[in-house]
Design a protein. Structure first.
Length: 269
């Protein structure tokens, strides 16, 4: 009888521990923000694809480092979201869709962490129009003042935000990709912004940075300026100085110059 009680107690204890252990690893994901907008990107040296796309983003914790997988779904179409772990926003996920994929209706965002599922919805892009880029962007290296002109055509610009990209920083989850060194707050439609002098401390130079002047159109003015209320953006990328070529690039340039010199010598004969 005693052995039977011991066996029963062991089985119950094992089942309880298994239950506790399983629940300890299933963490309900939570959403900090959701972004759903039309995105117009200029050409750039960061490797960000240019053109007009549909951008859906979400801040989700825990992140992929803890096993969370995030996707979007609309009318039977399911697409994955990519984990983007920046120093500024370490738990962000995004999907970039061509404008002809899906509709302007909201998308369902699904986060799955070890079978523990959470869902939320985007706001859709109904009424979104592609915004024109900031014009005549300039940087005064003496005063660190960045300036630009607002476009005179297209939808009215309702907000501005400045992003500073650092090509030498690297994402937390992919050091080969450029990361954000910082961002401004949401600003009214201004035409200049003072960059922090600390960007150039510790041997950093203007050649390390690309700034992005992001112009915005909002869904509803009563909800203020925020990512979730942003309906459409234009993103103009501007290198503060010509990027310093990598050693491999220098080698290719020198080899090319040597070849040109050799051809010139042959022609002179």
């Amino acid at each position: 009888m005693s052995s039977m009680r011991t066996l029963t107690h062991s089985l119950l204890t094992g089942a309880l521990l298994a239950s506790i252990s399983a629940s300890a690893f299933a963490i309900t994901p939570s959403f900090q923000f959701v972004v759903d907008r039309l995105d117009n990107r200029s050409s750039n040296t960061l490797g960000i694809a240019e053109g007009v796309v549909h951008y859906i983003g979400a801040g989700v914790t825990p992140n992929s480092g803890f096993g969370t997988q995030v996707s979007i779904e609309q009318y039977g179409t399911t697409l994955p979201m990519t984990w983007w772990s920046s120093h500024v926003s370490p738990n962000e996920y995004y999907s970039i869709l061509p404008t002809n994929v899906g509709t302007s209706d909201p998308w369902t965002i699904i986060a799955n962490n070890a079978g523990d599922v959470s869902m939320t919805w985007s706001q859709g892009t109904a009424g979104a129009q592609a915004l024109d880029f900031a014009q005549n962007v300039q940087f005064d290296a003496t005063s660190n003042l960045l300036s630009w002109e607002l476009p005179t055509t297209g939808p009215a610009i309702e907000g501005v935000r400045v992003y500073v990209w650092d090509r030498t920083l690297g994402l937390l989850n992919d050091p080969t990709q450029p990361d954000l060194a910082g961002t401004s707050s949401y600003l009214p439609p201004v035409t200049s912004y003072q960059l922090s002098s600390t960007l150039f401390d510790n041997g950093k130079s203007a050649a390390d940075y690309t700034v992005e002047v992001r112009l915005m159109d909002f869904r509803d003015p009563q909800f203020g300026m925020s990512g979730g209320n942003t309906l459409s953006t234009s993103r103009y990328f501007y290198d503060l100085a010509a990027p310093v070529p990598e050693p491999e690039t220098w080698a290719m340039m020198l080899a090319g110059l040597g070849l040109m010199a050799q051809v010139a010598r042959r022609k002179s004969r």
